[in-house]
Design a protein around this ligand. Sequence first.
Ligand SMILES: CC(C)(COP(=O)(O)OP(=O)(O)OC[C@H]1O[C@@H](n2cnc3c(N)ncnc32)[C@H](O)[C@@H]1OP(=O)(O)O)[C@@H](O)C(=O)NCCC(=O)NCCS
Length: 170
Amino acid sequence: MKADQESTVRRPETGPLLVEIRLVAEHDFPEWLQLRLALWPYHTDEELLVEMHQIFAVPDSTPVFVAVGSGGGILGFAEFSIHESVSWCSTTNVGYVEGWYVRPGCRRSGIGKALLVKGEEWASGRGCTEMASDTTPEYSVSPSAHKGLGFVEAGDPLHFRKTLSSSYFP
Ligand SMILES: CC(C)(COP(=O)(O)OP(=O)(O)OC[C@H]1O[C@@H](n2cnc3c(N)ncnc32)[C@H](O)[C@@H]1OP(=O)(O)O)[C@@H](O)C(=O)NCCC(=O)NCCS
């Protein structure tokens, strides 16, 4: 983890300390699936697993970052991609947050932020100058979390965008 991320991650009141943000590995599949099911409970294990194998096969275009805790377990994950165009954005090749989840006991300690920063760094490195995301009403915390990390609503209250300025990365 980069030094700037370390400084933004606070120790949770309870629960393990974040030690690393890294790309998902094959041995993470059981925990990654568990967290994906928690985020998308209306999907079956089988549906999510098929998608995971497709995503995992092309980490250059659909990277998945996991937050690893001091006990070795995964505390959260974020999945990213690049969309050629997004209707509520003004640039092309937009970095996109496809999935974002942190275990309930580990929230509000900066893990969600550290995961998004990794994705923004990746998108910026791929030439993206804008990041986008969306949510649905079931995810009640999502708008506040997006706005807390610099996203703004773009027309629809559940659509978000963020400019990735060159000064964003120290
Ligand atoms: C969204 C989510 C990933 C954020 O993870 P997190 O680890 O709690 O995020 P952080 O601790 O890095 O919070 C970053 C900022 O977001 C904002 N934020 C996060 N949770 C918030 C909440 N419950 N209420 C208000 N603001 C919140 C704050 O500005 C926060 O910064 P602060 O703690 O310094 O005030 C997590 O809440 C989650 O998994 N929620 C359920 C799934 C979900 O909604 N995913 C997004 C679907 S699109």
